[in-house]
Design a protein around this ligand. Sequence first.
Ligand code: ADP
Length: 269
Amino acid sequence: IITPVPVPTVFGGTDKCMLMTFHDQTPLRRVEEMRADFVANASHELRTPLAALSGFIDTLQGPAKDDARARERFLGIMHTQATRMARLIDDLLSLSRVELSAHVRPDTLVDIVPIIRQVADGLEPLARERQVTVDIDLPDTPAPIAGDREELLRLFENLIENALKYGASGGKVIVSLVAAASGEGAPEIRVLVRDFGPGIAPEHLPRLTERFYRVDVGDSRAQGGTGLGLSLVKHILNRHRGRLLIESVPKNGATFTACFPQPKTAVVA
Ligand code: ADP
């Protein structure tokens, strides 16, 4: 940007001078590109089940009008597609809510042990369906962190649900809690969710927390996934000053570890 500015001279009065300012537009452009990508992805993901719904409505109004068996089957598929759309919208809203409040750190101490137990209990039907045994290895004493209860429920739900969905059917999932130290030596509380499924190839690991990133889109869709779960997990952990560690040995499962800083005062509200 070139702006003419009056500059005082040593003899008094002013001279006209040109002032050149350089603004690096790259970060701004990158944010705009990411936003455009996000809108395109979200629209595409919503349009897919919507197109299926419209198709089945047409069929039910036309060729399958008087076929009771086809009607029953198509209504079942339409129900699945509608549930999928609702879940996608739910995840998009959660993501934008967490992003909007990213700068506000939760300051209430909450015990995460009962939160993890509540999530595991809620996922029991899925574990039964997948014939997976869930081993819960949690301490009998409270593990308080400065946190948002609802967001923590969402976070553990995503990690344990993924382990059940993508881990080995008929296998095992281990959920445990340990105290450890971060790389800088700060005390942390870590929750580990380990499965023994096919694992994740190393090239996918850095991209797993990107919105809509899926290793296998067909597999994720078949499991009712939206590709937003781990992105939400990452944002929730950021707001809690935490971090996500992902380790995987292909063919021998994956471990997702949510690390939270240990609060200095440990009285649970
Ligand atoms: P989705 O809604 O598809 O489950 P996520 O963001 O939760 O989306 O996960 C992104 C992708 O990471 C999944 O589609 C799946 O390919 C992969 N993934 C997540 N958890 C696991 C796991 N425990 N084992 C293997 N792959 C996983």
